[in-house]
Ligand binder design. Structure first.
Ligand code: HEC
Length: 130
């Protein structure tokens, strides 16, 4: 009898610990959602905020895509981007990472992730200004 009630107590303790872990996890998820300002689907499912995208764009892509150096499709030039977008985002991201003709590999952003390249491409293809 005694042994049984100890086991019951242990199980109860375990459950309490699990519940606490669950609450803690719930809290941190909530913090993450309110702490970052992710932009909801402005231009097709962005991973970064527009400000973060613009910051990387200015640092890495603007020098060529702002002015159209060597035939780079200009930012905001929807006609220039339309045939590029028609290739599909996966191809464009791969070409941005591997380089494509006069476009240098990774477009000078060596720490950009695939998702960030996709955001940068959407930014350039949709942004009304450079
Ligand atoms: C040194 C200049 C230069 C920089 C910097 C640059 N690009 Fe480019 N990019 C080009 C040129 C030139 C082309 C056009 C290549 C062609 O079609 O001949 C191009 C084309 C592209 C294309 C279209 C590829 C395709 O398949 O049609 C994408 C996507 C692209 N760039 C993304 C980026 C991104 C993202 C950045 C910044 C992280 C960036 N580029 C930075 C020069 C540059």
């Amino acid at each position: 009898m005694r042994a049984e009630s100890t086991i019951v107590k242990r199980i109860a303790k375990g459950l309490t610990a699990l519940a606490l872990v669950g609450i803690a996890a719930g809290c941190s998820q909530e913090d993450g959602a309110t702490g970052s300002q992710r932009v909801a689907d402005v231009s097709g499912g962005g991973q970064m905020s527009v400000m973060a995208t613009r910051e990387i764009y200015l640092r890495s892509c603007h020098s060529c895509h702002g002015s159209g150096v060597s035939g780079a499709p200009r930012t905001g030039d929807t006609a220039a981007w339309a045939p590029r977008l028609a290739k599909g985002m996966d191809t464009l991201v791969a070409n941005a990472i591997n380089g494509y003709q006069a476009m240098p590999p990774r477009g000078l952003c060596f720490d950009c992730s695939e998702a960030q390249f996709a955001d940068l491409i959407r930014y350039m293809a949709n942004s009304p200004v450079d």
